[in-house]
Ligand binder design. Sequence first.
Ligand code: FAD
Length: 427
Amino acid sequence: MKFDVVIVGAGPSGCISAINIAKKGYKVAILDKDEEKSIGYRTGGGVIKVDTFSSVGLPRSQGKELIAFLDTFNIYSPTARTKKTVNHTAIIVDRLLMNQRLLQYAKEAGSQLFSETQVEDLLIDNDFVKGVTTKDDKVFHSKILIDASGFSGIVRKKLPHSFNIENEIDNKYIAKAYVELLKNPNTSENYLNSYLAVDNGYIWQTPTEIGYGSLDHSIDLKKRLHSFIDEHKLNVETDSNYTSYGAIAVRQNIPNMVGNGVVIVGDAACMISPIEGAGITTSIRGAKLASDIILECLEKNDFSQSALWAFNVKYNRTIGANLAYMDMLRRGLIGLKPDDIDFAFEKEVITAKDVLDSITGDIANVSVLDKAQRAIRGIRRPHILLRMENCMNKSKELKHHYSNFPDNPENLLKWIEKKDKINNSFY
Ligand SMILES: Cc1cc2nc3c(=O)[nH]c(=O)nc-3n(C[C@H](O)[C@H](O)[C@H](O)COP(=O)(O)OP(=O)(O)OC[C@H]3O[C@@H](n4cnc5c(N)ncnc54)[C@H](O)[C@@H]3O)c2cc1C
């Protein structure tokens, strides 16, 4: 079967790509291994930014899809003794209903869905990706193939080395996650609690669920979550019938997301906020940027890496730069001892504004006076301020570097080398 664009994966990033490309009249196939009615199902709700859909020109979540509004983020230290409360709005959505709505839009726009169709291999000819083959021996030919297969990154893993795309995501960046639904969810409540740096990960709690994600794979997540609940007497009762495990890449997105005839979006490209482990909003926005560039390439009939490169530039200089900044701040914070985080929170060495900036990716501009006041407040533990200041500077340097992402593939390796140097200069 021949298509202009073949999309592997009908999650949020696959659907957004399909909607945008199919509505311009191109022939689009979306392939997903799951049966149609369960595409998008996940235990637990998705916390997404309020403007997620309006920012890509789609109607917002409503009715049963919209579970709750959140506006109070409580960021706790790992001991749960101290916290910073920030006002930051978000919504919780029913992931299945949200995904099914997007799938419906994609079909209405003219894309063809092939459910229960598991992609296994790529068709590559003369250093160009030309399509995929499936477990049941179907062949889909494409001008451009989109990898929207989520964490599995089935296409990314098989791309030729000549594209300079990271095929594998190092285990050290992979957080294993575990979630349990609450027995008596109260959706009129509006909080998101986040317990930082709990054994190399973090615990989140919303009015509907509680979960734990950690980079330490030796931890029994369920056991640790429950010991934390007991230890800190959290007022939650969970439903053991609704639990699930998953995986999230906690890192900066893969720098190069395009090759000849191929584009990678969403979790497959690690488009995830490293602070919150949230990837729906960033994947949706990433997929919109990618599909805009793909449309330009289809128009020009040029599917080469050089033609698709504009997507790398657009994403890395904006969303990627913000996520990289957040990633560095995350590293700064979790590198502190639990007791130091309590001290920093109590003495306002780390302020609520700093925490908010780390969630939004805004650059924190700390005045000289503010720095002096923080130094006085943190005088008993000067290493905290030193670390956070160093971290802030490195975060800004990294963000700046991302905003200079190279205009062409030839300068990629040099850019990556400098990125790694900045990352490695902070521990
Ligand atoms: C426990 C947990 C909680 C999370 N909570 C949140 C949250 O609250 N907010 C948030 O923003 N993010 C959250 N995330 C992250 C979020 O799930 C992802 O960032 C988001 O789903 C990425 O969308 P995507 O379209 O790239 O991939 P996915 O949603 O993973 O979609 C990929 C699709 O590809 C299909 N597929 C995979 N392999 C193949 C194959 N070989 N052939 C055909 N089809 C294939 C899959 O069936 C799937 O439908 C959470 C993740 C986990 C693990």
